[in-house]
Ligand binder design. Structure first.
Ligand SMILES: Cc1cc2nc3c(=O)[nH]c(=O)nc-3n(C[C@H](O)[C@H](O)[C@H](O)COP(=O)(O)OP(=O)(O)OC[C@H]3O[C@@H](n4cnc5c(N)ncnc54)[C@H](O)[C@@H]3O)c2cc1C
Length: 369
């Protein structure tokens, strides 16, 4: 996990993302835009261009690991924008591809909006719709938890375009400009990462020109499947990065904290819990590597991707609780980063779809490799 690239990113994060900054990003008192643009200027978002070089996916995962270890907002922002850029690069027309390039350069921001108030895991239940009127698609309905929508220049919105067939065959993806009339975006307060708000979006006759379709009419599923795979692996990578940082922090903390005049780390029960973190991080990192290889090879990557996401998200919850236990009461205090890490890490339970969803997908052929 310690490549030259990750050392370079760690160096930048140590300078640019202090604990104080991470807290302000978390509470929403500070915008992450300037930091994201710096990440782009460093060229790290260019690794989302996996079509140019397959090795880029591993590099992008490295960026996610380190950035997320310093701030969940930054990790989240990289995942969302990288997935959007990949969708636009793979399925968009020339204009969309240009917009995608702007995302990687930090000139544009995007968000992805699939979930609705009445459709989460049950994605087949989406109701937001678009109908063609002359040269425009006209959108009606509601979207929920669209992360980054307030900051986005355009939002990838999944809508029903044929209500008479199954969702899988009757949905399309539209790139809706942020200033579109008939689109109202409202941030939803959440337990962490408020600097990168998840939003409610209401569409009331919002018109976008027909060339704003991404992929084919009624063909959103292909783009959604690709984005789902990518997002799950990046979420798993984020968990690896944050857990590594938590483990390293605990190692340092327990060596400094004296109990009865001896470092806490000398107690075997404490030491073993920290070693368990190191073992889990190695295992999760290996699964992330396997998932990236499977995606790059073009074979069916479902099991590799879902396994990495489930294992890493479960690890995240276990490691966060271990940290709370090992540090004693101090872990509960705002003066230490552990309580923020616990809150930030919980996102992995839902991001890229719940673990139950991943297990449903894997349960079709669990032992296929
Ligand atoms: C902070 C945050 C950011 C998000 N960002 C985005 C975003 O940018 N864009 C976007 O489109 N969405 C986003 N989401 C939505 C996210 O993808 C959904 O929360 C997730 O898919 C789960 O849907 P749900 O919340 O409606 O839960 P539900 O579907 O209501 O699920 C509730 C529980 O039931 C279980 N369950 C449901 N169905 C099944 C089943 N068939 N089998 C087994 N168990 C099941 C679930 O696993 C879960 O434990 C975000 C969510 C959060 C919390």
């Amino acid at each position: 996990m310690y490549t030259e690239l990750s050392n370079e990113i760690s160096h930048w994060c140590r300078e640019a993302v202090s604990q104080e900054t991470a807290e302000l990003l978390d509470s929403g008192e500070c915008s992450p835009l300037a930091l994201y643009q710096e990440i782009c200027q460093k060229g790290w978002m260019n690794y989302a261009n996996i079509f140019e070089d397959k090795q880029n996916f591993s590099r992008l995962a490295e960026v996610c690991k380190v950035a997320n270890a310093y701030s969940g907002v930054l990790g989240n922002m990289i995942c969302v924008n990288a997935a959007c850029a990949m969708i636009l690069g793979a399925f968009g027309n020339a204009e969309a591809k240009q917009f995608a390039q702007g995302i990687l350069e930090g000139k544009n921001m995007a968000a992805f909006s699939l979930t609705e108030p009445q459709a989460g895991t049950d994605v087949n239940n989406i109701q937001a719709s678009a109908t063609l009127d002359g040269d425009d698609w006209v959108i009606h309905g509601e979207k929920y938890l669209a992360t980054g929508a307030m900051l986005a220049d355009a939002i990838l919105v999944v809508v029903k375009t044929n209500p008479d067939v199954a969702t899988k065959n009757g949905t399309s993806m539209l790139l809706v400009p942020a200033n579109s009339k008939g689109m109202e975006i409202t941030p939803i307060p959440k337990m962490s990462a408020n600097g990168y708000a998840s939003c409610h979006i209401r569409f009331t006759g919002c018109r976008v020109s027909s060339d704003r379709i991404i992929g084919t009419v009624n063909g959103a599923w292909a783009a959604m499947s690709m984005a789902g795979g990518v997002e799950r692996v990046l979420v798993a990578a984020c968990c690896v990065g944050l857990c590594q940082r938590i483990g390293e922090y605990l190692y340092e903390y327990t060596n400094d904290r004296l109990v009865d005049g001896k470092p806490l780390y000398e107690l075997s029960n404490i030491r073993h819990q920290i070693v368990d973190i190191a073992i889990k991080v190695r295992a999760a990192d290996a699964l992330v590597g396997q998932a990236i290889s499977a995606l790059a090879s073009g074979t069916n990557a479902t099991n590799a991707v879902c396994a990495a996401k489930v294992f890493a998200a479960q690890m995240q919850q276990e490691v966060s609780m271990t940290a709370m236990n090992v540090m004693g009461g101090r872990a509960y205090l705002k003066a230490y980063p552990v309580e923020r890490w616990l809150r930030e890490g919980l996102l992995s339970l839902w991001a890229g779809g719940t673990n139950e969803l991943q297990k449903n997908l894997m349960s079709r052929k669990p032992f296929d490799r």
